[in-house]
Every structure is written in structure tokens, then in C-alpha cells.
Design a binder for this molecule. Structure first.
Ligand code: PMP
Length: 291
């Protein structure tokens, strides 16, 4: 169940999230026609808000959805929402849909996009699991082909990711890796994946179907600054099975070490490199979100 403290910014007003409603004719609800972002805040300060807002604007532009407000207006709304929330750390869901229209997918009658911003707490895994590492599987449900829906668009179409996540649930696993049409690993269902091999940090390129994750970019930068070689390279399940270590990154996930993949226990969990990156990540949050 979602937190009763959750708040929602809708129609320029902040109200308890459980009192908010949108039209049944909203094409985001009917057809998944829209884009979204997930943003964390620490010490009442959003982390990498600019990057999230620009990715949202790019996603909207890519689906020919005109943003109903400026990025600075969205930023203002987010800041207000955070200050009204009971809790100094939390998670923001920012959703922009094509808006109200008629039945039928044609968006031509959707004249006013809907903006909804939700603030709540989010804990993807409990602290014991986060420490011990997650057990993950590779899902049979694949990523959509790059020439079908560009993975850089963070759209409301997550059904294949949800089905992959359900596969993990059914298998008693914590998360699933998704393969692209070529059998290369793209990402997790809501997170990016990194492996560590011979001291090198490897993550799949976005051209293999990964979202250009903001946490992924943060970790790549921090690793490089720490003198760790980082490589964007295609990886197959074999590469993960035989890796020294593996971890997941995401705004929701933050950094989560992986203990096993498809029943293969990984050599190190968490690895020394994971500890280094985790420390650097926490320091970066402190640096950017406390003033
Ligand atoms: N991949 C997918 C499919 C996601 O939904 C997310 C979460 N936004 C990520 C990766 C991680 O991206 P970020 O670090 O920007 O949250």
C-alpha cells in the first residue's frame, strides 16, 4: 500500500494523494500515452533534478507531446511538494500525459496535457537484502526492439518490464534482467546493470536497449574520477555469470549489489569496488543535497 502521507500536485494544487483523481478519458490512463520521471530527494533537496527534467523534456519531445509548463515551473512545484512532505528524504513521481481525449488512441482531441506530481517514500528492497545482495534472473520477456520504441524515451509503456518483474516474483527472485532481441542484456526492469570484470566496470550501451540512467551516468563519472576504467559494451548472460561482481543502479534502486544470477552465485557480493562506488555515491549525494 502506498504511504498515507503521500501528497500530489495536480491542477496547480497540492492535495493528499489519496484524494487526487484524473479523468477516465485521460490517454495516459487509457493507452499509456505519456512520459514520466522518478526523482529522489535527500535532505529536502532533489538529486540531479536538472538531468531528470531535461530527460523528461526530451522524452516528451520524442513523442511529440508539448510540455504544458516550463521546466522552471515544474521545478517550483517539486520544491513546494517536497517542503510540504513529512520527511526529508523521499521519491517524486512526475507524470505528463497526453491529457483528456476521446476513446480511441488517436490523440488529436487531447488538447491539454495532464501533469501529476506525487511525493512519497520509496524503499525498493529492505536493508538486509540490500546488504546481502539480490538474487536476480534473466527474464524471458524481452526489451522492445530499438526500431520499435527508443529505450531513451521514458514513456508510460512499461508492460514488458512489468511482465519481466512478474517473472522474477514468480521465480522468488528480487529482480530480472531483460535481454534485447539479440540476446544481449539491456538493463533491469527499472534499473541499469553493471558488471565488474578484471577490475573494469562494464555496462551495456543505450544502443543495446538501456535507458540512459541518471544514476548510471553518476556512477560512470564517479568511477572514472576514482581511476576505475569504465566501458560501455554489450554483455551476454555468460558475461554476468562469469563476472567478478554485478550491481544495479537507479533512482529508486540507488545501488544494489547482486548475489546471484539465474542460480549462479557471483564471486563477490558486495565487491570492494562496489563499496568504493557506494561510498562515493553517498558522498556525492551529501555534496549536492546539503548546503
Ligand atoms: N532503466 C529503466 C527501464 C528505468 O525505468 C530506470 C528508472 N528510471 C532506470 C533504468 C534507472 O534510471 P535512473 O538512474 O535515471 O533512475
Amino acid at each position: 500500500m502506498c504511504n498515507h502521507k503521500a501528497l500530489c500536485w495536480i491542477n496547480n494544487k497540492i492535495i493528499p494523494a489519496n484524494q487526487a483523481s484524473i479523468s477516465v478519458f485521460d490517454h495516459g490512463f487509457l493507452y499509456g500515452d505519456g512520459v514520466f520521471e522518478g526523482i529522489r530527494f535527500y535532505h529536502n533537496t532533489p538529486f540531479r533534478l536538472d538531468a531528470h527534467l531535461h530527460r523528461l523534456a526530451d522524452s516528451a519531445q520524442a513523442i511529440a507531446l508539448t510540455m504544458p509548463s516550463s521546466l522552471s515551473a515544474l521545478e517550483k512545484a517539486i520544491v513546494q511538494l517536497i517542503h510540504r512532505f513529512e520527511g526529508e528524504h523521499g521519491y517524486i513521481g512526475l507524470i505528463i500525459t497526453r491529457g483528456k481525449g476521446c476513446l480511441g488512441i488517436n490523440p488529436q482531441n487531447c488538447t491539454q496535457p495532464t501533469t501529476v506530481i506525487i511525493v512519497d517514500s520509496l524503499n525498493m528492497v529492505d536493508s538486509a537484502t540490500r546488504k546481502a545482495g539480490v538474487h536476480i534472473i534473466t527474464a524471458a520477456t524481452r526489451k522492445l526492439a530499438l526500431d520499435g520504441l527508443d529505450p531513451r524515451i521514458k514513456s508510460l509503456n512499461y508492460l514488458n518490464h512489468i511482465m519481466a518483474r512478474m517473472e522474477a516474483n514468480h521465480a522468488g527472485a528480487d529482480e530480472a534482467l531483460m535481454l534485447n532481441a539479440h540476446g544481449h542484456i539491456a538493463e533491469g526492469t527499472a534499473d541499469n546493470v553493471f558488471i565488474e570484470k578484471n577490475g573494469i566496470l562494464i555496462t551495456p550501451p543505450t544502443s543495446d536497449g538501456a535507458l540512459a540512467g541518471i544514476t548510471r551516468a553518476t556512477i560512470m563519472d564517479l568511477a572514472q574520477q576514482a581511476g576505475i576504467k569504465v566501458c560501455e559494451q554489450s554483455i551476454a548472460p555468460y558475461d554476468v555469470y562469469t563476472a567478478h561482481a554485478c550491481f544495479l543502479t537507479g533512482t529508486g534502486a540507488e545501488l544494489i549489489p547482486v548475489a546471484s544470477v539465474d542460480g549462479r552465485k557471483l564471486q563477490a557480493c558486495p565487491s570492494a569496488m562496489f563499496h568504493t562506488l557506494q561510498d562515493l555515491f553517498l558522498q556525492q549525494i551529501q555534496k549536492e543535497c546539503t548546503s
